[in-house]
Design a protein around this ligand. Sequence first.
Ligand SMILES: CC(C)(COP(=O)(O)OP(=O)(O)OC[C@H]1O[C@@H](n2cnc3c(N)ncnc32)[C@H](O)[C@@H]1OP(=O)(O)O)[C@@H](O)C(=O)NCCC(=O)NCCS
Length: 441
Amino acid sequence: MGIIKDTFKQKADAAAAEIKDILKEHGNKVIGEVTLSQAYQGMRGITGLVSETSLLDSQEGIRFRGYTIPELQQKLPKAPGGTEPLPEGLFYLMLIGDLPTKDDVEHVTNVWQRRSHVPNHVFEAIEALPVNTHPMTQFVVAIMALQTESHFAKRYAEGMNKKDYWDAVFDDSMDLIARLPRVAAYIYRRKYKDGEHIQPNGLLDWAGNFAHMLGYEDEEFKELMRLYMTIHADHEGGNVSAHAVHLVGSALADPYLSFAAGMNGLAGPLHGLANQEVVKWIFEMNEDLKTDSPTKDQIAEYVKKTLSEGKVVPGYGHAVLRKTDPRFTAQMEFGKKHMPDDKLVQTVWNVYEVVPPILQSMAKIKNPWPNVDAHSGSLLVHYGMVEYEYYTVLFGVSRVLGVMASLCWSRALGFPIERPKSVTTELVKKWLKGEDNIWGE
Ligand SMILES: CC(C)(COP(=O)(O)OP(=O)(O)OC[C@H]1O[C@@H](n2cnc3c(N)ncnc32)[C@H](O)[C@@H]1OP(=O)(O)O)[C@@H](O)C(=O)NCCC(=O)NCCS
């Protein structure tokens, strides 16, 4: 592990010195203004966070350290015989800031293999829950049970120097990433495959081994997992899961506690749970219409029914994006390559033709286009993973890559505890009457 840790430390020290100079010279520059509506409406559009690993453009979508998803598919190392990027490479890119070589990626794979042991009490904690517990709840309980292994918590209790925080967070991050596929696969096999667990294969890459432990040996499914784990890893810093990890981590809660917080947020239907909602919504539509290939007219009617019942169309809309999510497009390309005739996948593509014009006609909806969750489930169903309640766990296993790379940076850059100001409506009313200056303290 020394190589990647040392490289990270060198990069982080250089960046910290640069940021110090930037703030010394420009720290008082104003970067925006905040309206009253923004304070009430989810802080949309307020820039108040720094997250080094990726940047989201509302028109173009996500770039990881400057690279788009198609560029990553081209430039990141692949598994032997494969065409999709290895998520190890994306993690290296997010952490170090440079594209990895094949050797760098192999090194990361080896480090994660070595650190993947999950202690027994974690499985026992999962087993203590009723088997029908939602997979995301089982996942978070397992992450919390893993917290006994935290280097950060142990070293902090022993009186660690604050200069070493990054080092302990780095070790915890690598352990957590290494262990997560085993834990996630255990939950899947426990809940859906009668508890018939599959031992890890130490010769496989991180995502390939995850697919193997889930019980999917098809090479194409392994490729799908590599793509899935890459494209779900990060979406800049303000989304609920990334922001929750950052916020909780800023209190120096260790990486396990911080990641569990993020996963609780990911389990919300407006965030990561939307991927299960999409497949559920299509299955319900098919059942309602008694078909597995609804026509575009039938889909349009069903969309209108969904909206008239005061529900959202899952997989559509976004807080920042204003175009089709490139993560949706990457999955559509995968579908076209590997399963162009699959009925569910074709329905997803028909929904893509039908939904945007309907949502566009509703003035209040800012983005009528599909997000990442609109496609992922249909690809999984194609390979037999029909248990849609589980899908958000897959998202969570991927998301660990981005949020842990970010947490390493936050500690290496010495970011302080996060604490924005809040006000009451009572105070807002006084301010509107000119009785109080709420913005000055
Ligand atoms: C992602 C999402 C939460 C973004 O929320 P947002 O930033 O508040 O989006 P908007 O500003 O466009 O929302 C304005 C209104 O349009 C509604 N809207 C947005 N997307 C919608 C959708 N897909 N279906 C129905 N209504 C939608 C919102 O609920 C809101 O209604 P309200 O004013 O009555 O509360 C929202 O688009 C949504 O709920 N999408 C469906 C769930 C989903 O796919 N989530 C995964 C995101 S990656």
